[in-house]
Design a protein around this ligand. Sequence first.
Ligand code: GLN
Length: 243
Amino acid sequence: MKLTIGHLYPDLLNLYGDRGNIQCLMKRCQWRGIEAETVEFRIEDRIDFSELDIVLLGGGSDREQKLVCEKLQTIQKDFKAYVEDNGVVIAVCGGYQLLGNYYKTGSDFMEGLKLVDLYTEQGDGRLIDNVVIKSDLFDRPVVGFENHGGRTYIKKNKALGKVLYGFGNDGKSDEEGVVYKNVIGTYLHGPLLPKNPHVADYLIRNALERQTGQKISLEPLDDRQEIEANQYIIDRFVKSSGK
Ligand code: GLN
């Protein structure tokens, strides 16, 4: 068993510690004796999605997203086929916005990948805060930090979770992120996976199950420190919000 993680455009989409997400996935595989490799793709590289088990699309500023979005159109068909074949994707913030149909700012219109039927439009002011969400995919809440000007509307798709603290997708719906097949899109960074090892394991398990066609039960790891830090955020922010 070997997992190959594709990190898309880390030179452009790398805001707020996205690389930490990769390190977390790699370490959690290694600690369990699961072979794992990360392949970084630059904008000029060809991507063979059939060789990938997990794809990470990180966050970026509007300017960087603009640079990436034209390139994304050239890989759309292959990326879509990977997603429809249950390929695992974690897309954070700017990457999450690019999963959808488009991202519209005051001065720009960026065509998205159209992998998930959602869209993003810039609103008044930025949504910046710590976030805690409750997702029915996990026993524990998911914590993170958000900083986005775009408001994402996920239409009929399933949200990653309900907002217990923070703004979430649009600051109004009380929903955060999206789940479509094995794709997770979220505004949570900070980075997401070291703060939420249960989310990292969800991605690893799904990738292994897709590759082997078998049910996988991952060996538990000593996550006491991570859980303590995760719990600190929940206690600090959710208790005060009264939700
Ligand atoms: N440029 C996007 C926004 O501000 C995403 C920013 C990010 O990735 N943090 O909405």
